[in-house]
Each structure stands twice: as structure tokens, then as C-alpha cells.
Ligand binder design. Structure first.
Ligand code: DUC
Ligand code: ZN
Ligand code: ZN
Length: 482
């Protein structure tokens, strides 16, 4: 018997700080050694390949329950197949609350579904859309103690919207029990007002989605979210920042020493509002919120990445089939933009699109790519053992061919959704194998993991999300159940 069950031999290891030639020895699902001439029972040659931490995607909508009792088309089985095909080994998805109901019961159902189907390791963000006393004071403490250490609020969307009072109560609960709050920042009333006016003017096509939510409504909500989080003294991550003017709000907060982080997604680098202006209903394929903007905004986002203001790139995978009767056309192809489900699929394409746009095109280096897609999300969300290549860490790895040229097709991505917004995109750099906790889970595009082999990542308290201790007038209002 050798020292290691599996040795990844002769690859170029990329970590958040270094790039070096080494073998990686794996034992018991963990990295046991990084060195030279390691011997293992099984050996994978990685000459000419990059060996990077498996992708950590901290913003994915998978098998999310819907008010009518159904669930997202993207199941755990299909969503994790796509993740592994694209080099991602763990994800944080959502447990949703329907207004008027609690959160414990649905969370149990989310656990049941993920345990049965997931092939990647998973955690949950708890969405709160109805901050009742029972939910905030009885249920949320249990949710957080169970390892769901992030809460999510939407400052817009009819069914999920929470007002400032509810948002403050969520922030206070997070401070009391030690959780990070993630925020969808768009101004609900402003979108409703513009949408009503657009519909009154007969502007119903998909392209008017972008017109209904210009960037200042994202900027306003981001500013408000930061100010309220500062008042309560609790850390937040602003989800899916679409443009530099929103990121500037985050940069200002960071400069004041606040614990405010910003996430963006591949769609904001390669898609634009113009994509929603394609003929007929086609534009619906590109419709997500916040809206993709324009090439200047995309270029500006790279600056915000290089400055470190935005430090996580997730997919916001939210797939709605294009031809499916329960997808984009659920209300018909003549439905006004306001009735078309929002979201684009991306868990499988995230790494390839970003590698091509960022590394291949010379905008970021390899270690920055690893930080954005694995190390930073794992650290920010307290995912112990994830996002790094170090002795003792989980052996979650992607073997990546930086020279492989591919044309993205929907088939390659292996999700259940019948389209990708990146169809036909030519990329250089592609995953050739994915290893999850020491098991070869994907090789040459073939996913080998078994449904149910993913593990829940319970998240313990961690220092990064401790409050700063800076409270207005030194008064901790969150200590009171109000
Ligand atoms: N926006 C979200 O906030 N969530 C899912 C899809 C989308 O476009
Ligand atoms: Zn969102
Ligand atoms: Zn989302």
C-alpha cells in the first residue's frame, strides 16, 4: 500500500497566493501532502494541466421550492452534474420562505432533497421574506445554529420583497446569532413605478426589462443596505453587482472599515442589455436581475475586481427553460417583460467563461482567478476545508487545461435547462477532471459521482463575520426583541 490513495502528478498547482509545480497526495478524502515524487495507489498525470481548488459557487438556485408546490426544473441531480462538469465541487443554494409561513419546515424539505440528489457538497442561505416574531425570535436561532450561517433578503420582487423594517429585523437577528446577511439590492417601488409606466406606454418586449431597473435603482438599494447594516453593525455581502457605480458604494463602505463585501457574476462581464433586444422572444434568454448593462459597465467591473472591491464571482445560477412550459414562456411568448421569470443558468459555465474572459485575455492572473472562484467564497461563508490546496483541506480539485479551445454548447454544460446564454462562445481553458473529496467525480466531461454523495456543509461561527463593535451611540438595539 502506498502513502496516498491518489496522487495528482506533475501538474501546476495554483493557490490563492502561489503557482508552482508539485504533486498532490490525497488520503481519506483530504489533501495529505504537496510535494515531489509522491507515490500513490492511483496516479493521475497532470503534466501541462493546472491543478486548482474545485470551484466554490456561493450563489446558486437549485431545486428551489415554488409557491404552487413544485420546484425549480434544475434538480440537485442535474445541477450538480453541471457543476462537476464545469469544475465546481461545492455550492451554497437557498432555502426559501413563503410569506405567511415559517422557515423550519421548508428547510427540512431542502435538506431532504439535497441529501437525496446532490453530488457536490452544499450549504444553504436562509431567505427571509416575512420577518414575523415567530420566525425571527424562535425559528431563525435554530436555523443558524444548525449550520445555515447566512441569511438572504430581497429588496425587490413581489413574492420575496422585504421592507426596511423587516430588513432591519433580519440584520438584528444576524448580529444576535452570528450570521452573514446577503442582499439583493434593487429598489422595489422604483421598479414597480417604471414598470407600470412602461406597460402603459405599450413597451412590453423583453428589452424593457433593462429599462425598468436602471443602475441608479441598484445603487440606491445598495447604499441603503450598507447604511442599515452599518447602523446594526452586522456584515453583509451585496449580491450580483452589475456595474462599477454600485461597486463604488461598496468601496466607500470598505474604506470606512465596514464589513461589506461585493459579489458579481460572469453574466455581467459578457452579456448586456442589448442581448435582451434580440428578435421575438429570444431576449428572454438573457433576462436576469439586476439587468446586464453595457460594455463600459463590464469593463469597469474588471477595475473593481483588480482593486479588490468585488472579491467573489458566483454564478447566480437560476435556470428557466426557454421552450419549457414552466420556464421563460410560462405566461406565453407575448407576455410582458414583467411576467417573464428572471435568471440565467451558469453553474456549469461559470469557471470557463471567467477563465477565458479573465485569465486567457490577460485581465487577471491565475491566483486571482482561484481567489475569486474558490478561496474567497469559502472564507467569506465559513466553508471549512474548502477553496484551497493545503494539507488537511478537503481534496476538492479541478484539473484544468489552460490551452484547450472549446466552443460552448448547451450540451457540454449538462444542466437540465434547454439553453445557455453563452451558446457559441469560443473559450480557451476547460476542465478535464474534477475531484470531490478525493473521488474522481468528472473525467473528460463524463460525470462519475453518484446522486446523494454530496455532503451538507454545516457552518460553525467564524471570526470574519463578527461585528466590528462600532455601534451608533454605543447602543446595541439588536439585543432587544423588537
Ligand atoms: N435574479 C435573482 O436575484 N435571482 C435569481 C435570478 C435573477 O435574475
Ligand atoms: Zn438576487
Ligand atoms: Zn440569485
Amino acid at each position: 500500500m502506498s502513502d496516498y490513495e491518489l496522487v495528482i502528478a506533475g501538474g501546476t498547482v495554483v493557490t490563492a497566493s502561489d503557482v508552482f509545480r508539485a504533486d498532490v497526495g490525497i488520503r481519506g478524502g483530504r489533501i495529505a501532502a504537496i510535494g515531489l515524487d509522491l507515490k500513490g495507489d492511483q496516479r493521475m498525470e497532470a503534466d501541462g494541466l493546472l491543478v486548482m481548488p474545485g470551484g466554490v459557487d456561493t450563489h446558486c438556485h437549485i431545486e428551489q421550492l415554488q409557491a404552487n408546490g413544485g420546484a425549480d426544473e434544475e434538480s440537485w441531480a442535474s445541477g450538480s452534474t453541471s457543476a462537476l462538469a464545469g469544475g465546481t465541487t461545492s455550492a451554497v443554494t437557498f432555502s426559501n420562505q413563503f410569506k405567511g409561513r415559517g422557515v423550519l419546515e421548508p428547510l427540512a424539505e431542502y435538506h431532504r432533497r439535497a441529501k437525496a440528489g446532490a453530488m457536490i457538497d452544499y450549504g444553504f442561505h436562509q431567505i427571509i421574506s416575512d420577518a414575523t416574531d415567530k420566525v425571527m425570535f424562535e425559528e431563525i436561532p435554530q436555523v443558524i445554529a444548525s449550520g445555515v450561517r447566512s441569511l438572504k433578503v430581497f429588496l425587490t420582487y413581489e413574492n420575496s420583497f422585504i421592507d426596511d423594517k423587516g430588513f432591519i429585523r433580519v440584520l438584528a437577528a444576524a448580529r444576535r446569532h452570528g450570521a452573514l446577511v446577503t442582499v439583493h439590492c434593487e429598489n422595489y417601488e422604483a421598479i414597480n413605478w417604471r414598470t407600470a409606466a412602461l406597460l402603459a406606454a405599450g413597451h412590453v418586449e423583453p428589452k424593457y426589462h433593462a429599462w425598468s431597473r436602471p443602475s441608479m435603482i441598484e445603487r440606491e438599494a445598495t447604499h441603503r443596505a450598507i447604511a442599515l447594516a452599518e447602523m446594526v453593525d452586522v456584515p453583509i455581502q451585496v449580491f450580483h453587482v452589475s456595474c462599477p457605480e454600485v461597486a463604488t458604494e461598496i468601496a466607500r463602505a470598505q474604506a470606512r472599515g465596514l464589513k461589506v463585501w461585493g459579489e458579481t457574476c460572469p453574466q455581467y462581464f459578457v452579456l448586456g442589455a442589448a442581448d435582451m433586444d434580440r428578435p421575438g422572444f429570444e431576449g428572454a434568454k438573457f433576462m436576469c436581475s439586476p439587468s446586464p448593462r453595457d460594455p463600459a459597465a463590464s469593463a469597469g467591473l474588471w477595475d473593481m475586481i483588480r482593486m479588490g472591491t468585488l472579491d467573489v464571482i458566483s454564478s447566480d445560477h437560476s435556470g428557466w427553460g426557454y421552450m419549457s412550459p414552466v420556464g421563460k414562456r410560462i405566461h406565453g411568448t407575448n407576455a410582458p417583460f414583467s411576467d417573464i421569470p428572471n435568471g440565467v443558468p451558469g453553474v456549469g459555465s461559470r469557471l470557463a467563461v471567467l477563465f477565458n474572459e479573465g485569465v486567457t485575455k490577460g485581465k487577471i492572473d491565475l491566483s486571482t482567478f482561484v481567489r475569486l472562484t474558490a478561496t474567497n467564497p469559502a472564507k467569506l461563508f465559513g466553508l471549512a476545508g474548502k477553496g484551497t490546496i493545503a494539507p488537511g483541506a478537503d481534496a476538492d480539485l479541478v484539473l484544468w487545461d489552460p490551452t484547450k479551445k472549446m466552443t460552448i454548447t448547451n450540451e457540454l454544460l449538462q444542466h437540465v435547462i434547454d439553453y445557455t446564454p453563452y451558446e457559441g462562445m469560443e473559450v480557451t481553458g476547460w476542465p478535464v477532471a474534477t475531484i470531490r473529496r478525493g473521488e474522481i467525480a468528472m473525467r473528460d466531461g463524463k460525470v462519475l459521482a453518484a446522486p446523494g454523495s454530496g455532503r451538507f456543509m454545516a457552518r460553525a461561527p467564524y471570526d470574519l463575520i463578527k461585528p466590528t463593535g462600532r455601534l451608533p451611540f454605543g447602543f446595541d438595539a439588536s439585543a432587544y426583541q423588537v
